[in-house]
Design a protein around this ligand. Structure first.
Ligand code: ATP
Length: 607
């Protein structure tokens, strides 16, 4: 017969098992049998004992033994020792806190925290929108003398002198000098703060406009300076500069500019003749976000933007509209040339190397008659030259003609004259900023633009003793030489040639009506380098197929192109301009990368 104790022990043991299994998060199937067994034992317990099962009473702990006199004394001793230790710790802690508070106060004073005249401003997080007015640095002139103004800019330089500091503040391509000397209003801590701030931090400066005794030659705003009253850091520059802006904006030194052969890719940091630090092109491009801050770069890209504006302005005035062509296309837009290919949902696609097909379709086949395109053009050519990029900005134009491609050439001539005049008239400060670092001669151009035939150009080269056949392609070197000859003879840096040999032009170029070896095509040049290539295009599908066959092009690859001319297409012509080439050559820059915001070449895909 099972006793009450035995049953209790079994129930307790099973209860423990279930508890443990639950605590271990075991599945119910694991512990349910124990539970069932335990419930059965509880029923048996009632049958055996005649009472409900209750958990066994917990053993009560024996009460602590009564303290003896000796143990009481020990306890008091220990308590006194602990109290002394705690007091010592508290004193130590108080001193540490005091020291920390002193250090914090000192740091805050130096950081200007809690100061109303200098310091680190809270992070701009759109927490307020007040009626504060910030002055643009380029608007600072002596007219504002004695006015209190607020400007925001980058701290280009700071130079301590005795009890004061001189700073140069920069915003876009303009700079102004700020002066801060110890006085009743200006504490030594403020001077220390201003002088100690990392260069290129963004700062808010409040001060009084004054007219200096001598023009401030180092700044664009030479006739004013700011007597600083308040100086707050809005964003601190956190990382050491890859190079100093001052070094990156130094005027070209002839030795540095000459470095590398004509076709070289990089004018690495060659030592300057004047011994000052130089910044090589690779270093500049690797840190383009810093390099772009120089006044010359600010000028270059503001001019480049203006070229876009002038291009659109002139063509829209002449009835053109802007067309956006796809950059993802099925096949190469011009047979044979190297294209970037990519996977397009399992099919091979490529990046457009010209908006040719679509601009022709829009202009000649879709009834828009006059269109232009501005956008990226991709070339997978492994050309490491000073004038080729793998991605450049194409400014393309296409228009219908009534009789002759001269109608197109007149538009191009007007267009370039509008662009050149526009840069000279509207970008004076930008030109000055570029010239200060990269001296160049003004571009000479005639009105209307000088036109030569290809044969005339070749003859000029031969007259100068340079070998050049009328039907041979023009090498880059001969193009440059021809540019020099034309400048000498016609006093212009800008001209174009037409009637190129048919063999050196794309298959869709309209052949010359008289000489089957020539074509109705043209190239435009600035300072002896090509900036535009164009032609009258073939608008008759049969002739298009004939020419494609002559080039050995597989007709199936250009089926859609040819088909677009089968429903009635207007005679037309146009051309493609490389924006970076125009800017580079207008400004006489030695390398196209200097006219590309973030250049892409065979060796560069970042930043
Ligand atoms: P190039 O003979 O100089 O390589 P291209 O004959 O291939 O030029 P097109 O394809 O006719 O030139 O392009 C029209 C214009 O686009 C050129 O006149 C030039 O201004 C510009 N361009 C062409 N290729 C490049 C390139 N790789 N990088 C920058 N601009 C270019």
């Amino acid at each position: 017969m099972t006793t009450e104790e035995e049953l209790t022990a079994q129930i307790v043991a099973l209860g423990e098992k279930v508890k443990q299994a639950k605590a271990d998060k075991q599945p119910k199937e694991e512990w349910d049998p124990f539970l069932q067994e335990m419930l059965a034992l509880k029923i048996q317990f009632k049958e055996v004992t005649g009472k409900e099962y209750g958990p066994p009473p917990k053993e009560k702990k024996a009460p602590p033994a009564a303290p003896t006199e000796a143990s009481e004394k020990n306890k008091e001793k220990r308590a006194a020792k602990a109290a002394a230790k705690a007091a010592k710790e508290a004193e130590k802690e108080r001193k540490r806190a005091e020291r920390e508070a002193r250090e914090k106060a000192k740091a805050e004073k130096l950081a200007g925290i809690g100061m109303d005249s200098f310091g680190d401003a809270p992070m701009v997080q759109s927490q307020c929108y007040t009626d504060k007015k910030w002055f643009q640095i380029d608007h600072l002139t002596p007219v504002l003398a004695n006015d209190t103004i607020l400007v925001r800019g980058s701290l280009q330089t700071s130079r301590s002198v005795g009890k004061g500091v001189f700073v140069v503040l920069r915003s876009t391509m303009y700079t102004v000098q700020g002066v801060c000397f110890q006085s009743n209003d200006i504490s030594p801590e403020m001077i220390k703060y201003v002088a100690g701030l990392p260069v290129e931090s963004i700062v808010d400066v409040e001060g009084v406009v004054t007219v200096p005794n001598q023009p401030v030659e180092a700044c664009t705003q030479k006739m004013v300076e700011i007597q600083i009253k308040k100086f707050f850091c809005v964003v601190k520059a956190k990382k050491a500069m890859p190079f100093q802006i001052e070094d990156a904006m130094r005027p070209d030194d002839s030795k540095e500019a000459d470095v590398g052969a004509y076709e070289a890719n990089d004018d690495a940091a060659a030592p300057r003749q004047d011994g000052l630090p130089s910044v090589g092109l690779e270093n500049r491009l690797n840190n383009r976000w810093v390099d772009l801050r120089t006044p010359a770069n600010q000028g270059i890209f503001r001019i480049e933007s203006m070229v876009g504006c002038l291009f659109r302005e002139c063509l829209m005035e002449k009835g053109f509209i802007e067309l956006h062509t796809p950059k993802l296309i099925k096949g190469a837009s011009e047979g044979g040339a190297e294209v970037f290919t990519l996977d397009y949902f399992g099919e091979q696609a490529c990046l457009s190397m010209s908006p040719q097909l679509h601009k022709q379709m829009a202009c000649a086949c879709s009834g828009f008659e006059r269109v232009f395109v501005t956008g990226p053009v991709f070339r997978a050519e492994n050309s490491n030259t000073r004038r080729h990029l793998c991605e450049f900005t194409g400014f393309d134009m296409e228009m219908v003609i009534n009789e002759h491609y001269d109608e197109v050439l007149e538009v191009f001539s007007d267009l370039f004259i509008h662009i050149f005049d526009g840069i000279n008239e509207r970008c004076k400060k930008e030109l000055e900023a570029v010239r200060a670092q990269h001296p160049f001669e003004d571009l000479k151009y005639l009105r209307p633009t000088l036109k030569l035939t290809y044969a005339e150009g070749c003859a000029l080269l031969r007259e100068a003793g340079i070998e050049q056949g009328d039907y041979d392609d023009l090498s880059t070197e001969n193009e440059k030489k021809l540019g020099d000859i034309v400048r000498e003879k016609y006093d212009t840096d800008f001209f174009f040639m037409d009637k190129y040999p048919l063999s050196v032009r794309p298959f869709y170029t309209m052949p010359d009506p008289k000489n089957p070896q020539l074509s109705n095509s043209y190239d435009f040049f600035i300072r002896g380098q090509e900036i535009l290539s164009g032609a009258q295009r073939i608008h008759e599908p049969d002739l298009l197929e004939e020419r494609a066959n002559a080039w050995g092009i597989d007709l199936s690859t250009i089926e859609e192109y040819v088909d677009s001319f089968r429903n009635g297409a207007q005679p037309h012509g146009g051309g493609g301009i490389g924006l970076e080439r125009v800017v580079m050559l207008f400004l006489g820059l030695p390398n196209i990368r200097k006219a590309s915001w973030f250049p892409r070449d065979p060796k560069r895909l970042a930043p």
